[in-house]
Design a protein around this ligand. Structure first.
Ligand code: FAD
Ligand code: NDP
Length: 496
């Protein structure tokens, strides 16, 4: 247990709540709000280690089941009563504290200050932490919360060169947000942003970003303006066709709130090292600059020198507390295993958000990805489930778990991902229907046995709701051929 001076109050304090929720990220806050709505008479505690919590604001439908929203930070300053008011639900008490131990037999938790808090139902929403390529190396940084971005900002001020590793959400955002510093972007794939998009979409983005190829719509050729449609078998999409050319996790657009500027004046675009991983790293002392630098050797044999490495290489569930008896942990990704009700292996302990692993039999069009959309959906589901168990009611899993949906922005353009948008889990026996208008839109449909199984919609395509319907209804689209993506035909008319 953490060695902290305990006040007499802390040692004797024992509190009781019907619901205890740990974690002030989107999952924990949504869970607390939902529980308060479902059980308005019951005392609820939201315990979180930082006095900043995240809430969802400006919820806006993008399609029938797809929403976009802002993530806002709120400070839990002052007394418990004041804090409760900030969360709008009078039955929710908020406390700053760190979960240290769960006694799932006698149903209490212990905080790092030794406080014992009894619960009827516990929901663990402790999020994740960056999975670094080399932990405990001071020259390797991960990005998760405001503190980590402030650290990045501080280091950049004195830096000339940075190596960025990873090819997911964070690296894709950072690669184009870092200014005044030389960026070496090391990606193990043959295209950028691989967790979200395919090589074709990556090429679309790279083209859009290439200033020489920027065209205003008025100067576009008629063919470009109409869009190009292609139908391909899965295995036709090969590299060669494309290569020719401490707190809660941050929310969307986090980089807009920080100036991420290095110490040189150049505004160069990142140098991308495709199909590369870091083979070795060591720090060296550079006599000319009179400071420590990182020497990074890539699998391609190339050697880079940089001020520090940003490891944007995914997240691990954050489980730095003990539990007796232990909860079932997923062997593959180390999250707390939950069933479709977000219930763990213990009947009275639930989990939601980045910390958990969806261990139920998933619907055909849904899979888990650690995103705030899912943190919100899971937090809400956990709140409803705990309340239903308490009230002895039967509920069913929310419909949002039927269809994977994610709304985001990449390189300044709107991106909507639906269903098995990259053919995830479909093997190699599927078709891809593409329509692209350089600089404007990129639409990719994944079809299996004639049915739409997933879609990537980049730009203002206004196809999200139609795609949702087509995926969920499972209509055989074979009779419509390539007309489904013909820009001169309004496909909604087909299905009225
Ligand atoms: C830089 C960055 C950008 C991102 N951008 C996007 C995006 O654009 N779109 C998107 O969908 N997703 C994005 N994500 C992912 C998204 O932020 C997460 O999936 C989501 O916030 C997870 O929410 P959560 O509530 O499960 O966890 P978190 O937000 O990590 O919250 C966990 C909470 O638990 C608290 N906690 C942890 N351990 C303890 C303990 N022992 N005791 C008490 N409290 C504890 C933490 O302090 C924190 O308050 C981004 C993530 C990062 C890092
Ligand atoms: N716009 C959005 O929606 C955003 C979402 N996020 C979310 O925040 C979380 C954290 O983001 P991020 O860290 O980018 O994680 P992601 O899971 O998005 O991406 C991790 C990337 O790192 C690669 N990788 C993993 N290990 C290594 C390694 N040892 N060497 C080289 N590459 C490696 C992965 O490759 P591989 O896939 O081959 O394993 C993958 O490309 C994610 O849940 C992400 O979805 C973050 C920013 C923006």
């Amino acid at each position: 247990m953490e060695k902290e001076s305990k006040t007499e109050m802390d040692l004797i304090a024992e509190e009781r709540y019907t619901f205890v929720i740990v974690g002030g990220g989107i999952a924990g806050v949504t869970c607390a709000e939902t529980t308060a709505i479902c059980c308005p008479e019951q005392p609820i505690l939201l315990l979180t280690e930082s006095n900043i919590v995240k809430t969802v604001a400006n919820l806006e439908p993008v399609a029938r089941y797809l929403y976009k929203f802002d993530v806002q930070e709120r400070t839990l300053a002052g007394t418990c009563e004041e804090s409760s008011k900030r969360l709008f639900y009078p039955t929710v008490t908020t406390q700053v504290g760190t979960l240290q131990h769960v006694d799932a037999t006698d149903k209490y938790i212990i905080t790092s200050r030794g406080k014992k808090i009894f619960y009827e139902y516990l929901c663990i929403c402790t999020g994740g932490r960056p999975r670094l390529i080399e932990a405990n190396n001071p020259l390797v940084l991960g990005i998760r919360d405001t503190d980590s971005v402030l650290e990045l900002q501080k280091r950049l001020e004195k830096s000339k060169s940075v190596v960025l590793v990873g090819n997911g959400g964070i690296a894709s955002e950072l690669a184009y947000e870092l200014k005044g510093v030389e960026v070496h972007w090391v990606v193990r794939d043959n295209h950028i942003a691989s967790t979200f998009i395919d090589p074709g979409a990556a090429f679309f983005f790279q083209q859009a970003m290439d200033k020489k190829q920027e065209q205003t719509s008025s100067t576009q050729s008629p063919e470009n303006a109409r869009g190009i449609i292609k139908r391909l078998r899965f295995n036709e999409i090969t590299a060669s066709t494309i290569d020719s050319k401490k707190g809660a996790a941050l929310g969307p657009d986090w980089h807009k709130n920080f100036e991420l500027k290095g110490s040189c004046c150049s505004e160069n675009t990142p140098k991308i090292h495709f199909k590369s991983v870091i083979k070795s790293m060591c720090d060296i002392f550079d006599e000319t600059q009179n400071k420590k630098l990182m020497k990074v050797e890539l699998s391609t044999g190339e050697v880079l020198f940089c001020d520090f490495v940003v490891s944007a290489t995914g997240v691990d569930p954050r489980l730095d507390y003990s539990c007796k008896p232990p909860l079932n942990i997923d062997a593959t990704d180390n999250g707390i295993s939950v069933n479709e009700m977000m219930q763990t292996s213990n009947e009275y302990v639930f989990a939601a958000g980045d910390v958990c692993t969806a261990s139920w039999d998933k619907a055909d069009h849904w899979f888990q990805m650690r995103l705030w959309t899912q943190a919100r959906q899971m937090g809400s589901m956990a709140g409803r489930s705990m309340a239903a168990h308490f009230l002895n009611e039967t509920i069913y899993q929310d419909f949002c778990f039927e269809l994977f949906g994610h709304v985001t922005q990449l390189f300044g353009l709107s991106v909507i991902l639906l269903g098995r948008y990259n053919g995830q889990g479909l093997g190699t026996n599927y078709e891809i229907l593409l329509r692209t208008t350089p600089g404007q839109e990129y639409i990719k449909f994944i079809l299996k046995d004639g049915k739409l199984r997933g879609a990537i919609l980049i730009g203002n395509t206004e196809l999200a709701e139609t795609c949702e319907n087509l995926i969920l209804n499972g209509i055989d689209l074979t009779p419509f051929g390539d007309d489904i993506l013909n820009p001169d035909i309004d496909i909604d008319d087909y299905f009225d």
